[in-house]
Write a protein that binds this ligand. Structure first.
Ligand SMILES: [Zn+2]
Length: 399
């Protein structure tokens, strides 16, 4: 690859998790100005400003810690003698909907490899004391500018099985799950439109089968909505045991209501597969790809397919206030709680009730204890709601 291609490629990979994305060379320029209006842009800036002003001033007070290890200050966690963070709480065997492994597009990771320490993308325990970790903001606000700038290169290395990605193996995920009481995790691959890239769906599904991890890791599928064969591919993944489908409009640069995507929801209806979307704007992606994640483009999909269960990953991210009215009207919409701040989780709970909220963390971006701590704070004194968020709702989603 030329230098420019590599840079573009790195940004494309980065779009996978934090939504930092696709340069114009990948074909997202131009388009209809109505797809992304000045009001859309202003509304995002307003959300970021208001969230920063309000952080720590809500009913849960300031929630700032030093590193993931700092969460041991909370009543539900402790540090082991080896310095691993673990939970001491009685939990229902968490079923967790939003995990990834390293995006090993060009060289398969050894999924059985363990490391002393996982280098999460937000590598908050790299130093001691760790980084400033605020639980009352959208979680990506905890990255520094320099860390953001480094991510595309680290993702590029990761596609070849190098850098922090080396630690993003299933074996390390399982060990972290053991530490914090997660019984099962849904693994979400992303089908990137990259030349010669391996299918993460096939790669990860095979790793689960070969290592007999079926009791703990639930394989999801991903396909490219632009691919005319995508419906057939999705049926084949369902035949091979996929429990649902993951779609990322920003990284895969499609509108959730465009025909290729609608054809996929039809397969989901046939096969009773839930759809987990990356939904809403995370705020750190380039503006030109934000149009793909605006909540108004999800509504036609969820209303045309009332029998299909749709999860808005990250609860609509910084567009939570646009996601809530859609979820109110459409009973087939669920909100994932990975990445939202404590006050935002509380807001979703108050607006929608607990039944359609799901625990997730976007591992390996963040330690699994990060969203767990938030849910334990919000549901303090309410074990019924806590168990619903941590397990029973996800069971209902996958039933
Ligand atoms: Zn994700």
């Amino acid at each position: 690859m030329t230098r420019l291609d590599r840079r573009a490629f790195g940004r494309l990979l980065l779009a996978g998790g934090v939504g930092v994305g696709l340069p114009g060379a990948w074909g997202c320029g131009g388009g209809d100005p109505a797809d992304y209006t000045p009001e859309d842009a202003e509304q995002l800036l307003r959300q970021e400003r208001e969230e920063a002003e309000r952080a720590g001033r809500g009913r849960f007070g300031p929630l700032r810690f030093r590193g993931y290890r700092g969460l041991a200050e909370l009543p539900w966690f402790e540090l082991t003698s080896e310095g691993r963070l673990r939970t001491t709480a009685e939990l229902p065997g968490i079923l967790y909907i939003h995990a990834h492994l390293g995006m090993d597009f060009y060289r398969a990771l050894d999924q059985t490899r363990r490391s002393d320490r996982v280098r999460h993308w937000l590598d908050c325990d790299a130093e001691d004391p760790g980084c400033a970790l605020d639980l009352d903001v959208y979680v990506n606000a905890n990255f520094t500018e320099a860390e953001h700038a480094a991510l595309p290169w680290q993702f590029l290395e990761g596609a070849f099985g190098l850098g922090p990605t080396r630690t993003h193996t299933a074996a390390n995920l399982l060990a972290e799950m053991d530490d914090v009481g997660v019984a099962q995790a849904a693994l979400l691959p992303i089908a990137a439109a990259l030349p010669f890239a391996a299918s993460l769906t096939e790669r990860w599904t095979r790793a689960i089968r070969e290592n007999h991890w079926q009791d703990r890791l639930l394989p999801f599928a991903s396909v490219d909505p632009h691919d005319p064969d995508a419906p057939a591919r999705l049926r084949a993944h369902a035949d091979a045991g996929a429990r649902g489908v993951k779609l990322h409009p920003e990284m895969q640069r499609f509108f959730p209501d465009e025909p290729g995507a609608m054809a996929l929801y039809q397969v989901c209806r046939e096969r009773a597969l839930p759809v987990v979307f990356h939904a809403g704007r995370s705020g750190i992606e380039p503006e030109r790809i934000r149009k793909f994640a605006l909540m108004r483009r999800y509504e036609p999909a969820v209303s045309a397919f009332p029998e299909v269960r749709f999860v808005f990953g990250h609860g609509g991210a910084r567009d939570l206030e646009r996601a809530i009215p859609i979820a109110r009207v459409h009973a087939n919409v669920w909100l994932g709680l990975s990445s939202l701040g404590v006050s935002q989780i509380d807001r979703a709970l108050e607006a929608l009730g607990p039944e359609r909220l799901l625990f997730g963390s976007d591992w390996p971006f963040y330690h699994l204890a990060t969203p767990l701590a938030k849910i334990l704070i919000v549901t303090r004194g309410d074990p019924t709601v806590r168990d619903a968020l941590l397990r029973h709702n996800a069971e209902a989603l996958l039933a």
